[in-house]
Design a protein around this ligand. Sequence first.
Ligand SMILES: [Fe+2]
Length: 190
Amino acid sequence: MSWSIQKSMWNYGPSKSRPAVRVGHSSIRQAGPVTFPPFSATRVYMEQFYIVNGRVMVDSHLFDWRATLNMMLAGTNAKGPGYIMIDQAELKAGEIHRRAGRHIDGAWNSASTQMMLLASDVVGCAAYVGDYTPNFGADGDAAQVDVSKMERVVLQPNTTYIASPFTTIHESIPVEQDCRRTLVRIHAHI
Ligand SMILES: [Fe+2]
């Protein structure tokens, strides 16, 4: 996967009277409620869709997901084209559904989408909120970023969260019990 950090998304501290200290800010914002189609082991990787007059237009095989997409995008200023990732998986208690370890996602395939929306029906992701000193490894690995003074937010089910692919540090966390989990991630332009 190719990705890069968009430096313009970072803040640079004042440098007149003291040395410039590069600071990243990780945030995540809770948005509206969301529901999902029944479990069907669907896996879709970053398919393009359009947003026309605030409504999504998708390929026919994603028709069942239109309501979910519209709920996730409701009230946002997202602009298309957007990209959707769907991952429905059967998990055992203690398993991790997606990418473990703290990280940022980064740009996807040079699409340079600035908004990332996440929603799931089972708790399985946590994000970190606050300022940090960027110290990323390969593919956005944030294991070396000091998060000790950041707030850790466990993402709640059936809730849309709005984040940045470039600055929001997050991680998959183990599910508490055997389950079928749906994760939908949207990348869109602002
Ligand atoms: Fe991620």
